[in-house]
Design a protein around this ligand. Sequence first.
Ligand code: CP
Ligand code: NVA
Length: 307
Amino acid sequence: MTRHFLRDDDLSPDELTRVLELAAQCKRDPFGHKPLAGPKGVGVIFDKNSTRTRFSFEVGIAQLGGHAVVVDGKATQLGREETLADTGRVLSRYVEAVVWRTYGQDRLEEMSSAATIPVVNALSDDFHPCQILADLQTIAEHKGALEGLTLTYLGDGANNMAHSLMLGGVNAGMHVRISAPEGFTPDDVFVGYARDRAELTGGSVQIVGDPSEAAAGADVLVTDTWTSMGQEGDGKDRVAPFRPYQINAELVALADPEAIVMHCLPAHRGEEITDEVLDGPRSVVYDEAENRLHAQKAILIWLLEQQ
Ligand code: CP
Ligand code: NVA
């Protein structure tokens, strides 16, 4: 059966370990894996803006010996309402995998149910699993291991990053704290998915309203934009309620003295994180951005091995 990577718990804990090993190998030896030699094609579709995902997938696919067909979704017949299922069936005849950044998670599910090739979620409204693979690789590099670490995410607890950090973090055996203002805490459904997975790994999820309490003693502090793509016109105040959740020097001082600070980027400097912290000694954000390249090659290699 074709495997897809639509959300973080599509990988079992053991499979996640294997993908992270592959990511480390890809970083050590960028041209050592050629599963797409030929070159074989991979479709990479964007319905939303991107810098990191766009560049890292296109370069990574070339390094794997393949050819990336990178398109704006609106420029394809998807923009004129060809069905997702027909698109999945047709693309399965041309390329080895589809990587897609879109809005609803249901769209990814629909395409993948008809595709006979792996479909990879390059960010949806609900999850950003490729980012979390890179984040876990980065944490492991800086901390030596993942299991048992405490990761605190501050900001919009109901966005794709919060959901994926909960699921991916517990999948790696981490203790994940989500700290968000009222009205922006994660939906119980997503917390439930993460708690189910935590039962297998010994990880945990906690929702902590007070940002200082959430940051206390944490090994990893993470934030993300307060306004995700597609939320610009949702009529909610996405600044004032979030101010106490900014990652600044005072908040970092509450974490473990060796804590690292992460942000998937793009950052809104002065909003969710200060320049001082983003450019400071605890920040690993550019390692994190680099690791998108290695981690995404790893998930493609692994998915193609399962075909
Ligand atoms: N972090 C991330 O996904 O960046 P892009 O939106 O630039 O791809
Ligand atoms: N939560 C952000 C992540 C961007 C990489 C968004 O969806 O816009």
